[in-house]
Ligand binder design. Structure first.
Ligand SMILES: *Cc1c(COP(=O)(O)O)cnc(C)c1O
Length: 406
């Protein structure tokens, strides 16, 4: 939308951010002041359906009452101890995450990128101590078109030039293979290969779903060759794709499971690297840590967030609604749509190159009360909170149909 057509209140907020903020994002011109469930309201009093869910950090919806309640109660008790002391929330949090995921141990962090860094450090140390790879030689295989976060180490193995340009020198020890290609992965293995880091679906990469069997086959190869299989389920996990974890679709149990986003229920950053003792056992006091990781407020919020996902059966809901919604999108018969892909309620609508980029379609959706964001130029991502109802999705379809048919 050209800024000249924006209402004055909205424009004032945009100008403030433009003037005082770094220009590292290009958001849609909507200023949110309130939210509940699947809805957000802007400073003009307009209501929108949130179909991005903060990149799947809002699987439980905005301000889920049970999570808000847990946060409020914890705010009134204790919020931060640091790991120099114990607190009475972290232990139960670790236990509940371990039980829900079926792993022995959990290392709590805050952001997704920190949990990925934790997994990388864990697997490198495991490679030296357990596998006997010579010190400093461990290699981790990663996929083209990946997104694992924004730290200097993580952008070192990005294939997106913009994520890297100007930010070197880079961390060595990563080898890139095409996503979805089992043989390319096999061919990249050397005696120094320590781990394989993979997203079960590439969310930021444009909701790219690998061929059926890819996760199961690469997992099998990792097991045969003694390579740590690390699944980054920060975006795909916790119900989003119709299973608790996207790896569950292929019966894959990773060696290291990385979670974040929805573990914080849209309230607080909570992430974790999760593994059995063989891997987690490499950490000694002082090896790794975080001032805020595992703090009592985060742990209380994380416990409530996980409980909501399990008790409200949000994965089942995503499977059911997602399958139906994707069929409806495929049936739209739009001259602009190249492909509709995804799993559960993580859905990408790929816009044909001849129809231009996805951004104007997102802007047109916004004008009709739907917030969705383009990813990788050509893809509109639809990933609403998993608490959404079929009725609301039906309403959304009317607007989507209008925008995509035009
Ligand atoms: C969002 C995301 C990350 C990074 O999480 P942050 O909390 O932004 O650091 C890592 N991996 C995947 C797959 C993600 O979607």
């Amino acid at each position: 939308m050209p800024t000249s057509t924006l209402p004055p209140k909205t424009l004032a907020f945009l100008e403030e951010v433009d003037r005082f903020g770094a220009h590292n994002y290009k958001p849609l011109p909507v200023v949110v002041e309130r939210a509940e469930g699947v809805w957000v309201w802007d400073v003009e009093g307009r209501r929108y359906l949130d179909m991005l869910s903060a990149y799947s950090a809002l699987n439980q919806g905005h301000r889920h009452p049970a999570i808000v309640q847990a946060a409020k109660e914890q705010l009134d008790r204790v919020t931060l101890t640091s790991r120099a002391f114990h607190n009475d929330q972290m232990g139960p949090f670790l236990k509940e995450v371990a039980e829900a995921t079926g792993f022995a141990k959990v290392l709590p962090m805050n952001t997704g990128a920190e949990a990925v860094e934790t997994a990388i450090k864990m697997v490198r140390k495991w490679a030296y101590q357990v596998k006997g790879i010579p010190e400093g030689k461990a290699e981790i295989v990663v996929c083209e078109n990946n997104f694992h976060g924004r730290t200097t180490t993580i952008v070192s193995f990005s294939s997106e030039p913009q994520y890297r340009n100007g930010f070197g020198p880079f961390t060595p020890g990563f080898r890139m293979v095409p996503y979805g290609d089992v043989e390319a992965f096999r061919a990249a293995i050397t005696p120094h290969t320590a781990g394989f880091l993979v997203e079960p679906i590439q969310g930021e990469g444009g909701v790219v779903v690998p061929p059926a069997g890819y996760l199961a086959r690469t997992r099998e190869i990792c097991a045969e060759r003694g390579i740590a299989f690390m699944a980054d389920e920060i975006q795909t996990g916790l119900g989003r794709t119709g299973r608790l974890f996207c790896c569950d679709w292929e019966g894959v149990r990773p060696d290291v499971l990385i979670v974040g986003k929805a573990l914080g229920g849209g309230i607080y950053p909570v992430s974790a690297a999760i593994a059995d003792d063989e891997f987690m056992g490499v950490f000694r006091p002082g090896d790794h840590g975080s001032t805020f990781g595992g703090n009592p407020l985060a742990a209380a919020v994380g416990r409530a967030s996980l409980r909501v996902i399990l008790e409200e059966r949000l994965a089942e809901r995503a499977a059911e609604l997602g399958a139906w919604f994707m069929e409806e999108l495929r049936a739209l018969d739009s001259p602009h749509v190249e492909e509709v892909r995804g799993k559960g309620l993580l859905i990408g609508v790929v816009i044909k190159a001849s129809s231009g980029p996805a951004r104007p379609f997102c802007e047109a959706l916004m004008e009709r009360g739907i917030l969705a964001k383009e990813t990788h130029e050509q893809v509109i991502r639809f990933a609403p909170p998993l608490v959404i109802t079929r009725e609301v999705l039906e309403e959304a379809l009317l607007a989507i149909r209008e925008v995509l048919a035009a």
